[in-house]
Design a protein around this ligand. Structure first.
Ligand code: BGC
Length: 761
C-alpha cells in the first residue's frame, strides 16, 4: 500500500469510521440537485475531452463550458471586498479597461465589526450586482477562515476569531450574493489561518477543534445559505493538501453536509491528478497542470474512472444551471461601481467603526472653529490596493482627510502632516530576496526621513487645539502571502505619538488597520481611540461622520485586542510555526514534506515551518483569554457608543430544557443617554458542571439593536440546545453535554451585565 493510500485508510477509520455521526445532523438538501436529470442528458452528449476541459481554468479567472452544447464558461470574480479589475487571460497583469473600476467595500474584519447579518446580506447584494455588471458568475468570497493569530496576513480579509459570529455573517453574505444571481465561493477550505508558508504548512488539528472552531462558518453557509462554491485552501490538513483532501472535500463537505456545488482550487494550489479529482476537486485554477492533459491520460490509462469525471462535471453543471450566464452584449456596458453599491459601502463603513475609548473628547465639537492637526500617513492613504493578492481598482476612495474636509472643512481649520514614512509593498523583502546591506541602507534612510516627518508633525501639533492621529497598518503591512512579524504599529508610530503627546495632550487616535495592533503606548496617550479598518470607498466619509457625531459609533470588535502578542494562544504556546519562511505560492512552491497524521504535537517538529500544531485546541481568541484569565487590552465584542445603555430583567421562558428545546432569552435594553445609537447585546454560555472540557464561555446569540434616546426594548433571542453540543472524538458525532449552564448577557466578552442559570436535562 502506498504511503498516501495508507494515510487515507487510517484517516477514514480515525475520523469517519462511524457513519452514525450523521444521525443527529440536521438534514440539508441543496436546491442544486433539482437540475440533475437535465444535466444527465447533457453529460451523455459530451465526449471525454470536453468533460476534462471543464475541470481546469482556461484563463486566469474562467473555466470552460462546452460551446457546442450551449454551456457557457464559468467566470470567477476576485475577491471578497470588491470586484477585481479585468486581467490578461494568462497573467496577473491588468487589461487596462476604463470601465472596470469597482466599488471598494469594507474588508472582512470591518464587515464583521458590524455584527450584523443584515448588513452582510446587503454587502453580498452589492458585490453580486457589480459581479453581474461585469458578466461574472461566481464571487471568490466570502473569505471566512477563523482569525487564529493576530499577525495573520489576511486577518483584514477574514471575519472573526469566533465561529458563531463568522457563521452568521457568512450566511448573510452568501444569501445576499446568491439572491442576486451570482454564486459565492467560500474560501479557503480549510484551516488556512496563516500566510507564512501557506503553500507548504501542514495543519495538525484534532477533530473536535476542527469541528467546533474552524469548520462552522463553512458548514453554516453551505447548509443555511446553500452556498454553490467552495475554494480549497493552499495548506495541508492532517497530512493532505486541501485540494486533494478526501476527508474535507468528499466526506465532510459533500457526504456529511450535503454540499452539491463545485470546488475550485486556490490559484496554483493543486498538487495531483488522480487524488485531486477523486477526492473532490472540480476545477484546478488557473490552468490545467494536473486536471488537463494529465487527467485525460489518466482516464485513458484506466487510472481514473470516467464515472468520477462525470460526477465532477455534474457538480459544475449544477452551478452553471443555477447561475445564468450574463449575455456577452449585456456585460460591461456600464462602469462596475454604481451609486447604489457605493451607498451600501458607506452604510457598512458607518456601522463598522469601533470606538475603543472616549474620555469625552468625541464627538469633536466645532462651535469655536478649532484648529485640528491631522497627522499620519493613513489620513491620506488608499487601502483598496497596496498589498499582495486581490485588491480593488476602486472608482474612488474617500480618505479620512477628505472625509473630514467634506464634513467639517468649513467649521474647523485642518492642518495636515504625514508624520512618518509608511511601509510600502516590497516583494523582494517579503520573500527574503533582498540583500541585508540593502535592507539596512533603506532602514537608515527611512529613519532619517522619519525624524524629519516626526518633527514636522510635532510642529503642527503644537499649533492645534487637538490632534487627530490617523495611523495604523496599511495594505502593505497586512498582506496576503506574509504574516506580520509583530503587532506593533509600523514606522515607530508609538515614538511619534509620545512626541506629540509631549506638546499636545488632546489626541484622538484613529487606527486604520484590519487586524490587532499593540496599543500599550497609544492607549494611555490618546483621549479617544477609534478603530476604523480598511473601510472601503466611503471609509473617510463614514469616519468623519462618526468623529463629528453625525452618527454614533456602533462597531464591535470581531477579535480580541491582546495586551501583547505573546499573550495570544498560538504565541503563548509557541505553536505558530515561526521557523524560516520558505517562500510562497507566488514565488514557487518548495518541496513536499511527509507529514505526521496523528494530530499530536510530539515536540520534535516545533520549529518546522511546515507544521502547524493547533495545540491550543478550542482556546482560540477570547476562549483562551477567558479560560486562562489573561487580561486583555480590549475584549472581543467591545465597542462604545455616544450613548449609554442599561441592561435589565434577564429572563428565560423555562428553567429547564431538553436536548431538542430552544432557550428563549429575553432582557430589557434601554438607551438612557442623549443620542440615538445602536447597541449590540451579546449572549454567552458558561457551562457550570459539564462532563467534558469547554472554554470558559462561548458566544451563542447577539443582536444589533437601534434605539432612540430614552427608548427601551425587550430583546428576545433564541439559543437551540442543539447548538451547544460538542464533537465527540470517540464516536465521531455531535453529542449533548446536558448540564447546568449560565447565560451571560453583556456588551462584550469582558462586560457581562446580567446572568441567569438554567438546566439542560
Ligand atoms: C488567493 C485567493 C484568490 C486567488 C485568485 C490566491 O492567491 O489565496 O484568495 O481568490 O489567489 O486571485
Amino acid at each position: 500500500m502506498s504511503y498516501r493510500l495508507l494515510t487515507a485508510v487510517i484517516l477514514t477509520f480515525l475520523f469517519f469510521g462511524c457513519i452514525q455521526q450523521s444521525k443527529k445532523e440536521k438534514s440539508f438538501t441543496s436546491s442544486l440537485l433539482q437540475y440533475d436529470a437535465e444535466i444527465d442528458g447533457l453529460i451523455k452528449q459530451m465526449n471525454l475531452e470536453e468533460k476534462v476541459n471543464m475541470l481546469h481554468g482556461n484563463t486566469m479567472f474562467s473555466s470552460a463550458g462546452v460551446e457546442r452544447l450551449g454551456i457557457a464558461d464559468m467566470k470567477y470574480a476576485d475577491g471578497p471586498f470588491g470586484i477585481r479589475e479585468e486581467l490578461q487571460p494568462h497573467s496577473w497583469a491588468p487589461l487596462g479597461w476604463t470601465n472596470d473600476s469597482a466599488t471598494f467595500f469594507p474588508t472582512g474584519s470591518a464587515l464583521a465589526a458590524t455584527w450584523s447579518p443584515e448588513i452582510a446580506y446587503k454587502f453580498g447584494t452589492g458585490m453580486a450586482r457589480e459581479a453581474r455588471i461585469r458578466g461574472k458568475d461566481m464571487i471568490l468570497g466570502p473569505a471566512i477562515n477563523i482569525q487564529r493569530i493576530p499577525t495573520g496576513g489576511r486577518t483584514y480579509e477574514y471575519l472573526s476569531e469566533d465561529p458563531y459570529l463568522s457563521s452568521r455573517l457568512s450566511v448573510g453574505y452568501s444569501h445576499g450574493v446568491q439572491d442576486n444571481d451570482a454564486a459565492v465561493c467560500l474560501k479557503h477550505f480549510a484551516l488556512n489561518n496563516q500566510e507564512n508558508n501557506r503553500g507548504t504548512v501542514d495543519v495538525i488539528v484534532d477533530e473536535r477543534t476542527m469541528r467546533e472552531i474552524y469548520l462552522p462558518p463553512f458548514k453554516a453557509a453551505v447548509q443555511e445559505a446553500d452556498a454553490y462554491g467552495v475554494m480549497s485552501a493552499y495548506n495541508k490538513v492532517n497530512g493532505w493538501w486541501c485540494a486533494e483532501n478526501d476527508m474535507l472535500l468528499n466526506k465532510i463537505l459533500r457526504d456529511e453536509w450535503g454540499f452539491a456545488g463545485l470546488v475550485v482550487s486556490d490559484w496554483g494550489g493543486t498538487h495531483s491528478t488522480v487524488e485531486s479529482v477523486e477526492h473532490g476537486l472540480n476545477v484546478e485554477m488557473p490552468e490545467g497542470t494536473y486536471l488537463g492533459q494529465a487527467l485525460l491520460d489518466s482516464v485513458k490509462a484506466g487510472a481514473v474512472s470516467e464515472d468520477v469525471i462525470n460526477q465532477r462535471v455534474l457538480e459544475i453543471l449544477r452551478v452553471r444551471k443555477a447561475i445564468k450566464p450574463v449575455p456577452e452584449d449585456e456585460a460591461n456596458q456600464i462602469m462596475t461601481s454604481q451609486p447604489a453599491q457605493q451607498k451600501i459601502a458607506y452604510e457598512v463603513a458607518t456601522k463598522s467603526i469601533v470606538l475603543l475609548k472616549n474620555d469625552g473628547i468625541l464627538p469633536i465639537k466645532t462651535e469655536n472653529k478649532p484648529v485640528i492637526a491631522v497627522i499620519g500617513d493613513n489620513a491620506v492613504r488608499g487601502m483598496a490596493t497596496g498589498g499582495i493578492g486581490a485588491g480593488v481598482k476602486t472608482l474612488y476612495e474617500v480618505s479620512p482627510l477628505e472625509g473630514l474636509k467634506s464634513r467639517i472643512g468649513d467649521q474647523a481649520e485642518l492642518i495636515y502632516a504625514q508624520g512618518y514614512v509608511p511601509v510600502l509593498l516590497d516583494y523582494a523583502r517579503i520573500f527574503g530576496n533582498k540583500p541585508q546591506e540593502e535592507v539596512d541602507k533603506e532602514e537608515r534612510e527611512k529613519a532619517i526621513l522619519n525624524k524629519k516627518l516626526n518633527a514636522e508633525a510635532v510642529a503642527v501639533a503644537k499649533k492645534a487645539e487637538m490632534v487627530l492621529f490617523i495611523g495604523g497598518d496599511n495594505r502593505a503591512v497586512e498582506t496576503e502571502a506574509n504574516d506580520r512579524e509583530n503587532i506593533f504599529l509600523p514606522s515607530d508610530q508609538d515614538g511619534l505619538i509620545q512626541k506629540i503627546a509631549a506638546v499636545n495632550p488632546n489626541i484622538i487616535t484613529v487606527l486604520v488597520s484590519g487586524a490587532p495592533n499593540d496599543l500599550n503606548v497609544v492607549q494611555p496617550n490618546s483621549k479617544a481611540l477609534v478603530l476604523s479598518w480598511f473601510n472601503g470607498s466611503e471609509g473617510g466619509n463614514a469616519l468623519a461622520d462618526i468623529l463629528v457625531g453625525n452618527i454614533s459609533p456602533s462597531g464591535r470588535l470581531p477579535f480580541t485586542l491582546p495586551k501583547k502578542l505573546e499573550d495570544s494562544p498560538a504565541y503563548a504556546l509557541d505553536n505558530y510555526p515561526r521557523g524560516q519562511k520558505k517562500g510562497d505560492v507566488f514565488v514557487g512552491l518548495v518541496e513536499e514534506t511527509d507529514s505526521d497524521i496523528t494530530g499530536e504535537n510530539t515536540g520534535d517538529n516545533k520549529n518546522d515551518p511546515n507544521k502547524g500544531y493547533y495545540s491550543e485546541d478550542m482556546l482560540v481568541g477570547y476562549r483562551w483569554f477567558d479560560t486562562k484569565q489573561i487580561p486583555v487590552m480590549y475584549p472581543f465584542g467591545h465597542g462604545l457608543t455616544y450613548s449609554i445603555f442599561e441592561y435589565s430583567a434577564l429572563n428565560t421562558d423555562q428553567e429547564e430544557y431538553g436536548a431538542d428545546d430552544k432557550i428563549t432569552v429575553s432582557f430589557n435594553l434601554k438607551n438612557s443617554g442623549s443620542v440615538a445609537a445602536d447597541e449590540v447585546p451579546q449572549v454567552y454560555i458558561h457551562r457550570i458542571n459539564p462532563s467534558v472540557e469547554w472554554p470558559f464561555k462561548e458566544l451563542k446569540a447577539f443582536s444589533r439593536t437601534a434605539l432612540n434616546q430614552g427608548e427601551a426594548k425587550t430583546i428576545s433571542l433564541e439559543i437551540p440546545v442543539q447548538s451547544l453540543r460538542y464533537w465527540n472524538e470517540e464516536t465521531h458525532s455531535w453529542e449533548d453535554d446536558l448540564c447546568d449552564i449560565e447565560l451571560l448577557v453583556g456588551a462584550s466578552a469582558g462586560d457581562i451585565k446580567l446572568t441567569k442559570k438554567v438546566s439542560l436535562k
